[in-house]
Every structure is written in C-alpha cells, then in structure tokens.
Ligand binder design. Structure first.
Ligand SMILES: [Zn+2]
Ligand SMILES: [Zn+2]
Length: 277
C-alpha cells in the first residue's frame, strides 16, 4: 500500500510562502492498493489529486469523509473527476447523528455557495452511511473509530496482513470525559506500521484551546508509545505554524523520543510526500 498526502494543514488553507515546506492545503490523503484507490477527505488538497487521477485515467474512486468540517470537504467542488461522465465515486461517512451524508455535499454545491449545483454533476456518486465498525474491501480490513471532536468524526485503520495504516485527524486526546477512551484508541492503533495523528497544538497553546477537538504533539507521542506503533506522523498542522517553527518542533520531539528510547520513528507530515507500507 502506498499513501500520498495531498493536504495536511488544519482548519483553513494557507497560501503562505513561509509554509511551503509542509504545505498549505487542507486534509486529503490518497491510499493506493494494487488495484484500488481510496481517498480520505476532500480538503483543498483534493484539487491536485483530481488532476493526477485524470492523468492516470483512474475513474473508480472510494472516498472516506472523516467529518464535514469545512477543511475536510472544501476541495470537493474543485475535484475535476466529478465533472466526468466516466467517473464513479463511492462516498463513505458517518453523519447520521447530525446530517445526512448526501446533504453535506449537495448543500455545499447549492447556488448560494457555488455556481455549479450538485445535480448538474456528470459523474455517478453513491453515498454510504457507515454503521459498522469494520469492513472488508478486497481483503483490506477497514476499521472505524469515533474521535473526540465537536461533531462525529472518524478515525480509520486500514490493514492487510501485518501492515497497517492508521489515520486519526481531528481528535482531542486530552479531554477529561472523552467519548472514546484512551484505552480504546490504544487498542485501535496497536502495532500499526504508521500512525498519522492530529497534533495541532503545543502544550502551551492547548491551555486556552481545550474542547476545540485537537491534540498536542506530546499527546500524540504518548499515544504512539502506548500503542507500540512503528512510525508516527504529526498531522493537521495549525494554520499559523510556519515552516521554521514546525522544523524546530519536529527536531525537538525527535530528540525527546530518542532520549526516552521510544521505539518509533517520528516526523511531521509534508504535503505531496508519500510513504510505502
Ligand atoms: Zn480539521
Ligand atoms: Zn474538524
């Protein structure tokens, strides 16, 4: 499985020359299997991914939407494959607790917000509300967990054999009375090859941002250590975090992990970078 990050910025896209190294586009991740492509979230990173899929002649797409906050759906109207009659898109999400999955996409493309309405799209788009905690896609096991966020948001684990990719964005690990407990997250992440986790705040910033639905760098590290994962990627970078600051943070926590002899590799996710599992 190959994973490419088309957007890793949190909250809002940031076209800023001081943020080019880690990138300014919001959440969009492409997971490539032998014969199948999954997309996780339709943040602004999906625009470039769309161009790439057209070039690669990919017309059958499965898309998982972790939740409907702007930064995770904003790129959808600019995803060119939706305008092609040859494209089939299956969109999966869990929104029944607050809105129908389809409504999120149709209302985003209503005339008040966008010049093309959803009903004019040429592609075939199916919506599936996820109700179970585990699915099998061609032998790839997909597991879902509810994250701690102001609305229902889901974390995803994709595994095949002994390789696994866990993606948990928009999750607050520091809550006193969480919906999903620390123990449940540890079990969900256990032994993952890669854990990509929300790490938006420093410990200092978190003091005034509790309840916003995001974690600190250290909270992500502690989860990684408890879960015995092999690689941890910081994700959902704060829109105010410049490259030099993120470089410093990456170096500081790498050092800390070495001094504590944590057994995982640590990095901050960068836009357009890939990992192979
Ligand atoms: Zn977000
Ligand atoms: Zn969110």
């Amino acid at each position: 499985m190959k994973i490419k990050f088309w957007g890793c910025r949190g909250s809002i896209p940031v076209p800023d020359s001081r943020m080019m190294k880690y990138g300014g586009n919001t959440t969009c991740v492409e997971v490539i299997f032998e014969n199948r492509i999954f997309i996780i979230d339709a943040g602004t990173g999906i625009r470039k991914l769309g161009d790439s899929l057209i070039k690669r002649k990919v017309s059958n797409i499965d898309m998982f939407i972790t939740h409907s906050h702007w930064d995770h759906i904003l790129g959808f109207p600019f995803f060119k494959p939706i305008y092609s009659g040859n494209t089939l898109i299956n969109i999966f999400g869990r929104t029944s607790s607050y809105k129908r999955l389809k409504d999120i996409f149709t209302s985003q493309m209503s005339y008040e917000y966008f010049p093309v309405s959803f009903s004019e799209l040429k592609s075939k788009i199916n919506f599936t509300e996820l109700s179970r905690q585990q699915y099998d896609f061609d032998g790839h096991i997909i597991k879902i967990i509810q994250t701690n966020h102001p609305i229902f948001a889901m974390g995803i684990r994709i595994e095949k054999g002994d390789k696994s990719f866990v993606f948990i964005t928009d999750n607050e690990l520091g809550l006193e009375n969480p919906r999903t407990s620390r123990g449940e997250f540890i079990a969900f992440c256990k032994n993952a090859t890669y854990l990509i986790h929300d790490a938006q705040f420093t410990e200092e910033e978190y003091k005034t941002r509790q309840g916003w639905g995001h974690s600190t760098f250290m909270q992500a590290i502690m989860l990684a250590d408890d879960s015995d994962i092999k690689n941890l990627g910081f994700f959902h970078h704060d829109p105010d975090r410049k490259d030099d600051e993120l470089e410093e943070i990456e170096a500081k926590y790498k050092k800390l992990c070495e001094s504590k002899r944590y057994r995982f590799n640590l990095f901050a996710v960068r836009e357009l970078k890939s990992i192979v599992i």
